[in-house]
Design a protein around this ligand. Structure first.
Ligand code: DAH
Length: 343
């Protein structure tokens, strides 16, 4: 038995010699150590020995089995280690290699202005409402106290789908849609795209506005003024001054034009403000009683203010652009400059 074991030991060492690969290793373990493998089968030979010899032989076989198992385990460790090293070196990262730069975009200046206004006005308690860009004549004009053939329609010529359906010329129809769908207190802003047949250095056929509407009991022009002053200070800077100038809009009475001190010269007069020290930023006023009545609200009980801001105009003022087309030319060099404003 001892000589048999000795030659098996040599045989096993032979099978595990050198850089044995995983397949050959598995086959060898199967051959020698599986249940019916050569080593466990040695036990069947015990029956050829006398009862006295059997324990001695059994011990010999067992010790050999323990040795063989340890030997296979040891070789397997080596194989695993070699495999891991191979995998690691194949995956090695060269930390000195230049990285792949991700080309991130920047928000468009109009989006920046819109986000900022929403931020300020939602902080003042205004909710956002969005109306359709394709409107009916009723919401865009008639309900806003601009009946057919009213001269004010000339200032807002637009694109018609039919006599009655058009691309909205302003976000003011959002006022009507909110007043018809909810009862006061109403406090909404309506951002969106609007359209007019205009095209020059300061006008494009599509541009952006944000409407504001507040309707409640006892609302006065002072509320409007206080709110707009806060808005202008948050939007430009705390030392900006605001003034209201009498104006005319069919849907407000009284109507005002809102000016802020020039962001370029601070009010002393320059090219941007045409020497006046003031820059017009938006139109506003107290909701015309005809509009309240049209929306089913009693003007004796409720009053409100409304305002309409041109987002493109604010973007031009804030970022110092003199031609509105810069906003729509999609020149990547222009847009890239706005990365720093994108918080
Ligand atoms: N809708 C007006 C325009 O597009 C802007 C405007 C003026 C809106 C006065 C208002 C307002 O709500 O009260 O020219």
């Amino acid at each position: 038995m001892q000589s048999k074991i000795d030659s098996l030991r040599v045989e096993i060492e032979e099978a595990l010699k050198g850089d044995v690969n995983r397949e050959a290793f598995k086959a060898a373990r199967e051959k020698y150590l599986s249940k019916k493998g050569i080593v466990p089968s040695l036990m069947t030979e015990l029956r050829n020995f006398s009862p006295e010899e059997r324990p001695v032989m059994g011990k010999l076989i067992n010790e050999f089995k323990v040795w063989a198992e340890a030997r296979f385990d040891e070789v397997e460790e080596g194989i695993k280690k070699a495999e891991l090293e191979k995998k690691n070196s194949a995956e090695a990262v060269d930390v000195t290699m230049p990285g792949i730069r991700n080309n991130t975009g920047a928000l468009h200046p109009i989006t920046l202005v819109k986000k900022e206004l929403i931020d300020i006005l939602s902080g003042l308690g205004f909710e956002i409402f969005e109306g359709p860009e394709i409107e009916t004549d009723y919401y865009n004009f008639t309900a806003l106290n601009v009946p057919k053939d009213h001269p004010a329609r000339d200032a807002q010529d637009t694109f018609y789908f039919s006599d009655d359906i058009l691309l909205r010329t302003h976000t003011s129809p959002g006022q009507i849609r909110t007043m018809l769908s909810k009862k006061p207190p109403i406090k909404v802003i309506v951002p969106g795209r609007v359209f007019r047949c205009d095209d020059d250095a300061t006008h494009t056929p599509m541009f952006h506005q944000m409407e504001g509407l507040l309707v409640d009991k006892n609302i006065t022009l002072c509320h409007l003024y206080g709110m707009l002053d806060r808005l202008a200070k948050s939007l430009f800077s705390d030392d900006v001054k605001t003034r209201l100038r009498p104006s005319y809009f069919p849907f407000t009475e009284p109507s005002v034009e809102v000016d802020v001190t020039c962001c370029e010269c601070g009010g002393s007069g320059c090219g941007l403000c045409k020497g006046t020290g003031w820059i017009e930023v938006l139109g506003a006023g107290m909701v015309n009683r005809n509009v309240l009545i049209e929306c089913g609200l009693d003007p004796e009980e409720y009053s409100g203010f409304a305002f309409g801001i041109g987002l493109d105009r604010i973007a031009m003022l804030k970022y110092g652009m003199n031609n509105i087309h810069i906003l729509f030319d999609n020149d990547i060099r222009t847009l890239k400059q706005f990365k720093k404003h994108d918080k």
